[in-house]
Design a protein around this ligand. Structure first.
Ligand code: PLP
Length: 367
């Protein structure tokens, strides 16, 4: 097994660069799924960009302990988490809104933006689970194609903004493409865009990259909200917990639209999130394992004539235009769940980076 690992690392060139990440051994062992009676293991899920190693050991211990606290409302824990999040970005707790997953907070931001009728601007493709609800709220969708490198087209988004635009959504790094825009470019973009409308930056995958968060900017800018989640690098997707960061006046207005702002998270999830923030080793371990498995998978996909966009996340965007086989049929036969096509033209699809063993299973299936 060790031999195989070295072989992989060699293949993907990581042995040579050494990858200066602390090795934690058993810290982030893949999680064996123990399912309640009546639920089958199901397919190998490489569709939802989850962390196959999480929750972190510290989070698991804290969550188990918090079960016993579940008879009481946990006001102190909520405040504790909000303070810990604020401290991470040198903000105040008034800049923080927590909720049951970042999707819920994106919805709250949309609700706030939709108080005035008008439009919202998004890349295409991007994370779009919420856009139907935004349209239902009365906002008209304006889509902007990505650049040829499959990045958010910041200038195109600026140009697409209209006088009635209430919201611009920027997913950085972008889902499904795994690309990011440089901080300098985003700062220029924000300078213009936030003069005219609220900009929501979604950093769900930022921790997989080496980029710095934009969160620190919210205290000075009423038209910037940054949304983040514990679902990805922290491995808490099933615990449902995320947060939004904004200017205190903006957070106050968004919070006022919820009858229970900040109280939608269970004691168990609060405990998991708090412990996760302190488990730096787990984050580093996940980054390292993800980068290794991603490089392995991309190298083999390229060998199979599946061209991959360089990714800084835990998923890979690729074109099947030159692939000789029926990709989706192969996934089906091997009981692997991927996604559908995002862009028909060019046959672009996405696969989540699982564990090394899972990526080996995936590569064998499509070889
Ligand atoms: N934002 C992006 C870009 C995502 O890809 C996802 C989930 O896949 C989410 C938000 C939602 O995350 P949560 O589990 O916090 O609702």
């Amino acid at each position: 097994m060790k031999q195989d690992r070295r072989h992989w690392l060699k293949l993907v060139g990581l042995v040579a660069v050494g990858v200066g990440v602390q090795r934690g051994g058993a810290i982030a062992a893949p999680v064996r799924r123990v399912l309640p009676e009546g639920l089958s293991g199901g397919p190998l899920r490489l569709s939802s960009n989850e962390n196959p190693y999480g929750p972190s050991p510290k989070a698991r211990a804290a969550m188990a302990e918090a079960v016993g606290l579940s008879n009481r409302y946990q006001w102190d824990m909520i405040l504790g988490l909000m303070r810990a999040i604020a401290a991470k970005y040198s903000l105040a707790e008034a800049n923080v809104l927590v909720g049951a997953g970042s999707t819920q907070l994106i919805d709250a931001v949309v609700q706030h933006a939709a108080m005035n009728k008008g439009s919202f601007v998004v890349s295409a493709p991007t994370f779009s689970r919420w856009t139907g609800a935004a349209e239902q709220s009365g906002l008209q969708k304006i889509e902007v194609a990505l650049t040829a490198q499959k990045k958010n087209d910041l200038n195109g988004m600026l140009a697409a903004m209209r006088a009635d635009t209430q919201l611009v959504y920027l997913c950085n790094p972008n889902n499904p493409t795994g690309t990011y825009c440089r901080r300098e470019d985003i700062l220029l973009f924000l300078k213009e865009a936030t003069k005219k409308a609220l900009v929501l930056v979604d950093e769900a995958y930022l921790e997989y990259s080496d980029e710095a968060s934009l969160a620190g900017l919210v205290a000075e800018n009423r038209n910037l909200v940054v949304v983040k989640t514990f679902s990805k690098i922290y491995g808490l997707a099933g615990a449902r917990i995320g947060y939004a960061l904004g200017h205190e006046k903006t957070i106050e207005k968004i919070g006022a639209l919820q009858s229970g702002s900040n109280i939608g998270i269970s004691a168990v999830s609060l405990a998991g999130a708090l412990a996760s923030l302190k488990d730096e080793d787990f984050v580093k371990e996940t980054q390292f394992k993800n980068a290794t498995a991603r490089a392995y998978a991309s190298a083999h996909m390229e060998r199979l004539k599946i061209s991959c966009i360089p990714s800084c996340t835990n998923f890979i965007y690729f074109s099947l235009a030159k692939y000789q086989e029926d990709f989706f049929a192969r996934l089906k036969v091997h009981n692997i769940e991927g996604t559908n096509l995002f862009e028909e033209q060019g046959k672009w699809s996405r696969i989540t980076v699982g564990t090394e063993a899972e990526m080996e299973q995936f590569i064998n299936a499509i070889s």
